[in-house]
Design a protein around this ligand. Structure first.
Ligand SMILES: O=C(O)CCC(=O)C(=O)O
Ligand SMILES: [Fe+2]
Length: 516
C-alpha cells in the first residue's frame, strides 16, 4: 500500500532509480548494437555505390559470396537484441516485488479526485500542474510546486478509467475529457509506455456521458471514434442506439445535464468539512473574544518552571488549546525515525473490530515509552502540561501517523461511541482527552478541522493540540467531531496521545452537569 504513506512513496523513488539504471545500461547496449549494424550497412552500401559494382576483382567476388552465404545470416539471426531485452527484463524482475500494485494506482488516482473535490480544484489546471480553485485567478493558487510537472494524456486516461470502473461518471467525465483533448493533439504518435489511446478515451468518455444522461454528446464522441476505427461493430451499434434515442426524445438532446458528485453516505458533514479544509472557518479571533488568549503556563509543575508551555486557547466549547513549540525539531525527527520501520496501514474501529477504510488514508505505528528516552521526556511533558496521569494503562502508547497521497482522516470522534468499542479493551475507560503533536509541516492542506465547532487548525510544526473528548459526566462531547483534511502537498506526520478516564478522577473531577 504505497500510496497510504508518503514514507512509502519515497521508497518507490528508490525502486524507480534501480529501473532507470537498468534502462540506461540497456540503451547503451542497444545503441552499441545498432552502431555495429550501421557499420555493416555502411560497409556494404559503400561497395554498392562504387561505379558498376564490379565483381571482376576476385576479392570482391569472394566477399560477396561470403556475405550472402554467411554474414547476412549472422546479422539477421543475431541474438543480441533479445539478449539485451532479457537483461532489461531481469533487472525489472529484481524489483518486481517492490512495485506498487493496481490497488496503489487506484488509491493514488482516487486521492487526486479527492483533492479535486475537497479543495474545489480545476482539473484543467491540475493537468497543467497548477493547483487553482475552479474559477479563481492565479494569485489564489493553493500550492506552487517547486518543480513544473504536467500530466500526460495517458495519465489522465488512467484516472478517468479508475472512476469509470467504479461507476463514478462525474469524475470519469472530467478526467477523460482531458485525456481526449491531449490524445487528439498527439494523434498519430505513439508512446511505448501508454496503455490508452484516443479511441479508448473516446469510447469510455462516450459511455460516461451516456450514463450521465447526455445522449447527444455520447453520440458525437462515438461518431468521432468510428472516424478513427470504422470497423468497430460495438460502437457502430451504440451510434444507432443513440440516434434512435434522440429521435424518440429530441428534447433529451438539449437538456443540460448537471453532473453530480457521487454521494458519500457516511459523510453527511461533507460540505462543512470541505469548507473548513479550504479556510480556517468562522473561529472568532482574540480581538472579538478575549477569552481566547495566549499565555505561558507552568501549572506549578517543576518541569515547566524554566520552560513554560506556550498555550493558545483556540476554542472554548469544546475546549481546544494549541501548545506552540511543544517539541523541538530534533525530537520530531527522532520520533519519525523511530516510527518509520513500523508503519502499517491505519485502521479504524468498526463495531468490535478494527478495519482499514478509505476515510482514513495513512500508516501508523505505536511507540512504547521504553523504546527511546525521547518518548519518556515527551510523556513527561504531556503529563506536566495536561496535569493528567498518562502512565499505562491510563493512556495509550504514542501513535505516530504518516499520511499518504491526499492522506486524510474524515470526520470522526476519538472517543468510543459504543460500549462494544475495542477502545475499552484497556479497561481504563473511554478516551477522555487527546494530545496531538504535529511532527512536520506541510506545503498545503492537512488542517485539523472541527466540524460542528466550525473551525480548523492549520498544521503548525512542533505544536501540540489538546482537547477534551468527554464531558465531565463521562458522556462523549459531540462537538469534538473532527477530521484531518486531505494533504494537498507535503509529508504530514502527527503523533497522538490518547488519555483515558481512569487515573484522572482527582485531576479532572466529575460533574453532574451535562454541559461541563
Ligand atoms: O491529522 C489530523 O489533523 C487529525 C488526526 C486525528 O484526528 C486522529 O488521528 O485521530
Ligand atoms: Fe482524531
Amino acid at each position: 500500500e504505497t500510496y497510504t504513506a508518503l514514507q512509502s512513496v519515497r521508497g518507490a523513488l528508490g525502486t524507480e532509480r534501480a529501473l532507470l539504471a537498468g534502462l540506461a545500461a540497456y540503451l547503451q547496449r542497444e545503441s552499441r548494437r545498432l552502431q555495429d549494424l550501421r557499420r555493416f550497412y555502411n560497409k556494404v552500401q559503400a561497395l554498392h555505390q562504387e561505379a558498376g559494382a564490379s565483381v571482376v576483382n576476385p576479392l570482391l567476388a569472394y566477399a560477396l559470396i561470403k556475405r550472402l552465404q554467411s554474414d547476412w545470416l549472422n546479422v539477421v539471426n543475431s541474438m543480441e537484441a533479445s539478449e539485451n531485452i532479457q537483461e532489461l527484463k531481469k533487472d525489472y524482475r529484481q524489483v518486481e516485488k517492490d512495485l506498487p500494485v493496481f490497488e496503489d494506482l487506484e488509491g493514488a488516482a482516487r486521492a487526486l479526485m479527492r483533492l479535486q473535490d475537497v479543495y474545489a480544484l480545476s482539473v484543467k489546471g491540475l493537468v497543467k500542474g497548477v493547483f487553482r480553485r475552479d474559477g479563481a485567478s492565479g494569485l489564489a493558487d493553493l500550492y506552487h510546486p517547486g518543480q513544473q510537472f504536467s500530466l500526460s494524456a495517458d495519465d489522465c486516461f488512467h484516472i478517468g478509467k479508475v472512476a469509470y470502473d467504479m461507476g463514478d461518471y462525474y469524475h470519469s467525465i472530467t478526467w477523460l475529457e482531458e485525456a481526449v483533448s491531449l490524445f487528439r493533439v498527439s494523434y498519430g504518435s505513439w508512446n511505448t509506455e501508454d496503455e490508452g489511446s484516443l479511441e479508448d478515451a473516446l469510447d469510455h468518455l462516450a459511455f460516461s456521458y451516456f450514463m450521465a444522461g447526455n445522449v447527444s454528446y455520447a453520440l458525437s464522441l462515438s461518431r468521432e471514434f468510428l472516424h478513427y476505427d470504422p470497423s468497430n461493430k460495438r460502437v457502430a451499434r451504440n451510434v444507432l442506439k443513440y440516434e434512435k434515442l434522440l429521435v424518440e426524445n429530441p428534447s433529451g438532446a438539449e437538456a443540460e445535464v448537471v453532473l453530480q458528485r457521487p454521494n458519500v453516505t457516511h459523510l453527511q458533514t461533507r460540505d462543512t468539512y470541505e469548507e473548513l479544509c479550504q479556510t480556517l472557518g468562522s473561529q472568532p479571533s482574540q480581538h472579538r473574544n478575549p477569552s481566547l488568549y495566549c499565555s505561558y503556563e507552568t501549572n506549578d509543575n517543576p518541569y515547566l518552571i524554566f520552560q513554560p508551555a506556550k498555550r493558545e486557547i483556540v476554542q472554548l466549547q469544546p475546549y481546544v488549546a494549541l501548545y506552540h513549540g511543544f517539541i523541538s525539531d530534533d525530537e520530531a525527527e527522532k520520533i519519525k525515525d523511530l516510527a518509520a520501520p513500523w508503519l502499517q496501514r491505519s485502521v479504524v474501529a468498526s463495531g468490535e473490530k478494527q478495519q482499514k477504510a478509505e476515510y482514513r488514508i495513512s500508516k501508523s505505528a505505536w511507540l512504547k515509552g521504553t523504546v527511546d528516552p525521547v518518548i519518556v521526556s515527551l510523556d513527561r511533558r504531556i503529563a506536566a502540561v495536561t496535569g493528567l496521569d498518562i502512565r499505562p494503562p491510563y493512556a495509550e502508547y504514542l501513535q505516530v501517523v504518516n499520511y499518504g497521497i491526499g492522506g486524510q482522516y474524515e470526520p470522526h470522534f476519538d472517543h468510543a461511541t459504543s460500549r462494544k468499542s475495542p477502545l475499552y479493551r484497556m479497561k481504563s475507560g473511554n478516551r477522555i482527552a487527546t494530545a496531538m503533536i504535529y511532527l512536520s509541516s506541510v506545503e498545503a492542506g492537512g488542517a485539523t478541522a472541527f466540524i460542528y465547532a466550525n473551525f480548523s487548525v492549520p498544521v503548525i510544526k512542533n505544536a501540540a493540540l489538546f482537547w477534551w473528548n468527554l464531558h465531565r459526566n463521562g458522556d462523549g462531547d459531540g462537538d469534538t467531531l473532527h477530521a484531518g483534511c486531505p494533504v494537498l502537498a507535503g509529508d504530514k506526520w502527527v503523533a497522538n496521545k490518547w488519555i483515558h478516564e481512569h487515573g484522572q478522577e482527582f485531576r479532572r473531577p466529575c460533574s453532574a452537569h451535562p454541559e461541563d
